[in-house]
Write a protein that binds this ligand. Structure first.
Ligand code: SF4
Length: 466
């Protein structure tokens, strides 16, 4: 450090001064927020959010439910969790990330991903029916130094939100140490939950404060144990109790199939997981990838429309933040893949457009992340998905299968697993049929419920062809 910088307060001193001012503020902010009455929080949120989301009722409801959920968390969670969460989510992911993300956007035709999904391992201690991870070679695993470097690269691109998937991520030996090392990031972790109540993991997660576990459930005990194995439901409840006691923010994730679609959006189901302490609930439509892909397990187009209405209804009434990336297409802006919003790094380092679109051209072992995101493959995908009309049928794998076929024909990506090309070969006729029916169901909904509002806030318009 030069003499000048010492006298004027060099970078290290400025950083520590910032820290000294910031830390108490981060402790105080959640407390001040928690002290506001819920009715005032809701009123203020509606007033502030209406100009931006007034045209889209589910958008406004989502923001209100998110803020009210955070308000409830602020009243009950440990100060360490709240301070770390506030810093990482609001300051780092939304503010500090700004210049780096702008630079990506400038080079990348206006696109900059907002989050990265990474699967450190495909090992799992369960064998669930239809799990997309089942076909990966279990020995393949990202090494700790590769993950560390990947997280550094992600921050360089302004990505502070990381979803950790798998396999069962908590089987990776060094995961918690990596969370500790990158304590300026938020890690949302998809887990089967069976390891969380053991070996003091829940307490460690509370101490870390930057991890939000989402535990996979299929319904209640019968449905969960049927797919995941006997006794799994009991261990999930044990994990939720441990997380609740330690003050960790957590949620559930659920996969609607043709058999449990209605159950998963019932009042009874949602109330049960609200009572367990879930802050959020994410729905992931069953996708015909992985072990024995089965199109007949996908919820029908009519079931998807039922779920869309139920999700909107539940969001207004329940004390939980709910999202469904297929049914909430209008809210999230259609398909998120290919670095439009996110991308997936699999356990062999292959970078896939989406966890379900398992075709990769590039690998983090050969190329920098920045070059992969800006590659012709990802640019082409972003171009195709953002020209889509009607985001209520957003998915290039199941809703508009021709898009996935075009991507594969043009760039010849490798399927990530043996048999991974089934979505574009053996399953193609059934997916075509499904997509045609979905269009018949969803286009009238889009036209009736959304089109009048198009010019106010959304770039999507209805189309009769594709
Ligand atoms: S490809 Fe399909 S599953 Fe993946 S983000 Fe897009 S809509 Fe969702």
């Amino acid at each position: 450090m030069s003499a000048d910088s010492t006298m004027q307060g060099g970078p290290a001193q400025n950083a520590s001064l910032q820290q000294r001012l910031l830390d108490p503020a981060l402790q105080l902010l959640p407390k001040a927020f928690a002290s506001l009455p819920p009715s005032a929080v809701e009123r203020i949120t509606r007033r502030l959010a209406t100009p931006r989301f007034g045209y889209l009722p589910e958008g406004l409801d989502f923001i209100v439910s998110l803020v009210m959920g955070l308000h409830r968390q602020a009243r009950t969670k440990s100060p360490q969790v709240l301070a770390t969460f506030t810093r990482n989510l609001f300051l780092n992911a939304f503010v500090k990330s700004g210049p780096a993300r702008q630079a990506v956007r400038d080079r990348n035709h206006g696109f900059a991903p907002e989050l990265m999904v990474v699967s450190p391992t495909m090992r799992c201690n369960l064998k669930c029916t239809g799990c997309y991870s089942a076909n990966y070679a279990t020995a393949d695993e990202l090494k700790t130094n590769e993950l560390d470097d990947l997280l550094m690269q992600a921050k360089g691109l302004g990505l502070y939100l990381v979803v950790v998937s798998g396999g069962e991520p908590f089987l990776h030996d060094d995961l918690l140490d990596l969370f500790a090392k990158h304590n300026d990031m938020v890690f949302m972790t998809y887990t089967n939950g069976t390891l969380l109540a053991r070996n003091g993991r829940a307490r460690r997660l509370a101490q870390l404060g930057n991890v939000l576990p989402c535990i996979s459930v299929e319904g209640f005990e019968k449905e969960t144990d049927e797919r995941r194995g006997k006794g799994v439901f009991a261990r999930i409840l044990e994990a939720m109790a441990a997380l609740r006691e330690e003050g960790v923010i957590f949620g559930f994730s659920a996969t609607p199939t043709r058999h449990n679609n209605e159950l998963l959006v019932s009042d009874e189901f949602v109330d049960f997981y609200v009572d367990q302490g879930c802050f959020l609930g994410w729905y992931f439509n069953y996708m015909p990838v992985g072990r024995n892909p089965d199109v007949s397990l996908m919820p029908t187009p009519e079931q998807r429309e039922y779920r869309r209405r139920r999700v909107q209804n539940l969001r207004k009434r329940k004390k939980i933040v709910i999202a469904d990336f297929w049914c909430d297409g209008a809210l999230v802006g259609g398909c998120l893949s290919g670095g439009n919003v996110y991308f997936h790094v699999n356990s062999r380092g292959g970078v896939e457009p989406c966890v379900f679109n398992q075709f990769s051209v590039d690998n983090i072992r050969d190329k920098r992340l920045v070059d992969i995101i800006e590659s012709p493959y990802f640019s082409y995908i972003r171009g195709r998905i953002t020209e889509m009309e009607n985001p209520l049928r957003p998915c290039p794998i199941i809703d508009r299968p021709q898009i996935l076929r075009d991507c594969v024909a043009r760039f010849h990506p490798k399927p990530s697993q043996e048999g991974g090309e089934a979505t574009i070969t053996t399953l193609a006729p059934e997916l075509n049929k499904y997509a045609r029916r979905l269009q018949q169901v969803m286009d009238p909904v889009w036209e009736k419920e959304y089109c009048g509002r198009c010019e106010v806030g959304t770039e999507f318009h209805i189309s009769r062809e594709d």
